[in-house]
Design a protein around this ligand. Structure first.
Ligand code: PEP
Ligand code: MG
Length: 581
C-alpha cells in the first residue's frame, strides 16, 4: 500500500507542478500564493477554517495516583472506542472514497500499536491526555522517518489524537464548520475524517498549507470534484471570511481579488470544463485536420483507465515504471504478460512502447547503474544497453511476444537517443524482432540531426520534459529552475519545430509525448508546427482534444509562427493566447 504507485504519483507531472512553488510576500489584497495544483477548476468564495483543536498540553496534569490508574486506563479506552465508533458510523453513511477514508481512520483509531503505547504510559502514571499525546507523537515520528506516503498518514494520526483528547476533556469534536454559503476551506492540513464528510455544494474548493498530491485531502477533493491546491506557502496568514480565488489548474490562491474578474475566471473555467467533458474525440481541429490524441500510461491498469477516455491509443508506455520495485530482471514471459495487458486494453489501436528508460530519477535495481556524480547526464535510457545488451534484447523479445499474444502490433521506441548511430543500432534490433522502430527526441543533439536519425527509423516522438532539461541545462526536478524547464521556452520550441519539419520532409510521423502535449494551448501550437500526434496523461486528454476542436489549422500555424518569434516563455504564451484565445 505504501510503495511507489506511479498511477498516483506521476514523476513528470510532479516536477511540472513544482513550477509554481514560490512565495509572494508580504500578504496584501491581490497577493497570489502558490502551491501544488491537485484538482483543476477555479472557485471564488470566502474562506472558512476548521474549529479550534483541543489543548493537548503535556504538563497540565501531574502524575495519576497508583490506585486511580486502572480507572484512567478505562476512561482512555472508552474515549478511543467512542471516537472509533463515531468514525465508523460516518463511514457507513458516506460513499466511495469518503467511506473508505473514514473507515481507514476508524481502523487507525483502534490500532493496537498506539493504543498499547498510550495504555503503557497510563500504567506508568501519565494522565490519559498526556499518554495519548505521547503515544501519537511516537508514531508520528516513526511515520515521518519512513517518509513518502507513510509520512502523509501523519495527519490521520494527529486527527485521532485531537478527537480522543476532545472526548477525554468533554469538548465538542474538532472539525470543519458547516458554512451557510458556498465557501473555500483553508487549513494547515485537513483531517481525513473532516474532508470525507464535506458537502461539495457548500465547500467548493480546498487549499492547505501542508499535504502532498497523494494526501487524503487530495484524494477526497478529487472524489468531490472540487478544485484543490496543497502546499500553499503563506496560506496560514489568510483569515476566515477573506474572499479568495482558488485556481486548481495553476496551483494558486489569490487573496481578495477584484470581484468582477474573479467571477469571470470562475465562469470561464466552467465553460472550459464543460467543453472538455463533452469532447469525445477523435482529435481534429475545427476545420478537420486530424491529430491523434493519445494517452501516456505506465501499466495495464492505467491503460484500461485511459481507455475510458476518448484517447485514440497510447503514445507513450513508460515500461520502466512497471519495475521500479523489482529487484531482479523480470523474465521475458513475465514482461510479455505486462506489455500484453496494455496492448489488449487498446486492442485495434495504436500503442507505442518505450524500452526501459532506466537511470537518473528512475533507477532500476536490476539495470546495473554505475555510481555516477551526475546521473541525468550519465548512463540512462538507451545507454544502458551498451553495457547490458541482454536487457534490451530480452525486452524486445518480450514486446514481440506480447504483440503475438494480443494480435496488436505495437511501435517501439528508444529513450535518450543522442546520435544517428544509436538510432540505427536500435532500429536494426527492433526490426529483427518484427517491430516498427522509432526513437525519442529528448537530447538537443538528436533534434538538431533529426533528418539523419530519420534515415534509420519509422517515427519520432519528442519528449519535451527532457528536451527542456537538456536544452536549458536545468534539472527538471528543480523547483527553483522551473521557469527554465518550462516547455514554452522558445529555444525548446525551436528544436521541436526543427524535428517536426524533418519528419514532414520525409513523410514520417512525429509526435509529442512530454508534458507539453498536456497543455491545451501549447498542444495547438505543436499542431501548428505539424506534429501528427499528441500524447498526454489520461486526465489531460479531453482538455487537449476540446481545445483543438475549437481552433483551425491556420490559427495553429499562426500561433506557432508567433511563438517562434518570441524571446521568453511568457511572451510565447501571450502570443499563442492572442491567436488562439
Ligand atoms: C520526456 O522526457 O518528455 C518524456 C516523455 O520522458 P520521461 O518524462 O519519462 O523522461
Ligand atoms: Mg524523458
Amino acid at each position: 500500500m505504501f510503495g511507489f504507485t506511479p498511477e498516483r504519483v506521476d514523476l513528470s507531472t510532479l516536477s511540472c507542478n513544482l513550477v509554481h512553488m514560490t512565495v509572494t510576500s508580504p500578504l496584501t489584497s491581490h497577493s497570489v500564493l502558490h502551491g501544488v495544483p491537485v484538482v483543476p477548476g477555479v472557485q471564488y468564495a470566502p474562506v472558512i477554517r476548521p474549529g479550534k483543536l483541543p489543548d493537548v498540553d503535556n504538563d497540565a496534569e501531574g502524575e495519576i495516583a497508583e490506585e486511580k490508574r486502572a480507572a484512567e486506563g478505562e476512561r482512555f479506552t472508552a474515549a478511543a472506542a467512542a471516537v472509533a465508533e463515531r468514525l465508523r458510523e460516518r463511514a457507513a453513511h458516506a460513499t466511495g472514497a469518503a467511506s473508505e477514508v473514514l473507515a481507514a481512520t476508524a481502523t487507525l483509531a483502534t490500532d493496537r500499536g498506539w493504543l498499547g503505547a498510550a495504555e503503557k504510559r497510563i500504567r506508568d502514571g501519565a494522565p490519559a491526555v498526556r499518554a495519548v499525546n505521547g503515544a501519537i507523537d511516537q508514531f508520528v515520528e516513526m511515520f515521518t522517518k519512513l517518509g513518502g506516503l507513510m509520512a502523509e498518514r501523519v495527519t490521520d494520526l494527529r486527527d485521532i489524537r485531537d478527537r480522543v483528547v476532545a472526548e477525554l476533556k468533554g469538548l465538542p469534536e474538532p472539525g470543519v464548520p458547516v458554512p451557510d454559503e458556498p465557501s473555500i476551506l483553508c487549513a494547515e492540513d485537513l483531517a481525513p475524517a473532516d474532508t470525507a464528510g464535506l458537502d461539495p455544494e457548500l465547500v467548493v474548493a480546498l487549499a492547505t498549507t501542508l499535504g502532498g498530491p497523494t494526501s487524503h485531502t487530495a484524494i477526497i477533493a478529487r472524489q468531490l470534484g472540487i478544485p484543490c491546491v496543497v502546499a500553499v506557502a503563506g496560506l496560514d496568514d489568510v483569515p476566515a471570511g477573506t474572499m479568495v480565488l482558488v485556481d486548481g489548474t495553476r496551483g494558486t490562491v489569490t487573496v481578495s481579488p477584484d470581484e468582477g474578474p474573479a467571477r469571470e475566471a470562475v465562469a470561464e473555467a466552467k465553460r472550459v470544463a464543460e467543453a472538455a467533458a463533452n469532447w469525445s474525440g477523435p482529435g481534429t481541429t475545427a476545420d478537420g485536420h486530424a491529430v491523434a490524441v493519445l494517452a501516456n500510461v505506465q501499466d495495464g491498469a492505467a491503460a484500461r483507465s485511459a481507455r475510458q477516455t476518448p484517447a485514440e491509443g497510447v503514445g507513450l508506455f513508460r515500461t520502466e515504471l512497471c519495475f521500479l520495485n523489482t529487484d531482479t530482471e523480470p523474465t521475458v514471459d513475465e514482461q510479455a504478460t505486462i506489455y500484453a495487458e496494455v496492448l489488449d486494453a487498446f486492442a485495434g489501436n495504436k500503442v507505442v512502447i518505450r524500452t526501459l528508460d532506466a537511470g537518473s530519477d528512475k533507477p532500476l535495481k536490476f539495470a546495473g547503474h554505475p555510481d555516477e556524480a551526475n546521473p541525468a547526464l550519465g548512463v540512462r535510457g538507451i545507454r544502458i544497453a551498451a553495457n547490458n545488451p541482454g536487457l534490451l534484447a530480452n525486452q524486445l523479445e518480450a514486446i514481440a511476444k506480447a504483440a503475438e499474444r494480443s494480435g496488436n502490433p505495437p511501435w517501439v521506441m528508444a529513450p535518450m537517443i543522442a546520435t544517428a548511430e544509436e538510432a540505427k543500432n536500435f532500429a536494426d534490433k527492433a526490426r529483427s524482432h518484427g517491430l516498427t522502430p522509432g526513437v525519442m527526441i529528448e537530447v538537443p543533439a538528436a533534434a538538431l540531426l533529426a533528418d539523419r536519425i530519420l534515415e534509420h527509423v519509422d517515427f519520432l516522438s519528442i519528449g519535451t520534459n527532457d528536451l527542456a532539461q537538456y536544452t536549458m541545462a536545468a534539472d527538471r526536478m528543480s523547483a527553483e529552475l522551473a521557469t527554465l524547464t518550462d516547455p514554452w521556452q522558445p529555444a525548446v520550441l525551436a528544436l521541436v519545430a526543427m524535428t517536426v519539419k524533418a519528419g514532414a520532409a520525409v513523410g514520417k510521423p512525429v509526435g509529442v509525448c512530454g508534458e507539453a502535449a498536456a497543455d491545451p494551448l501549447l498542444a495547438c501550437v505543436l499542431t501548428g508546427f505539424g506534429v501528427t500526434s499528441l500524447s498526454a496523461a489520461a486526465a489531460a486528454v479531453q482538455g487537449v482534444g476540446a481545445k483543438l476542436a475549437q481552433v483551425t489549422l491556420q490559427q495553429c500555424r499562426d500561433a506557432a509562427e508567433a511563438v517562434l518569434g518570441t524571446a521568453s516563455a511568457a511572451e510565447g504564451r501571450a502570443a499563442a493566447l492572442a491567436v488562439l484565445g
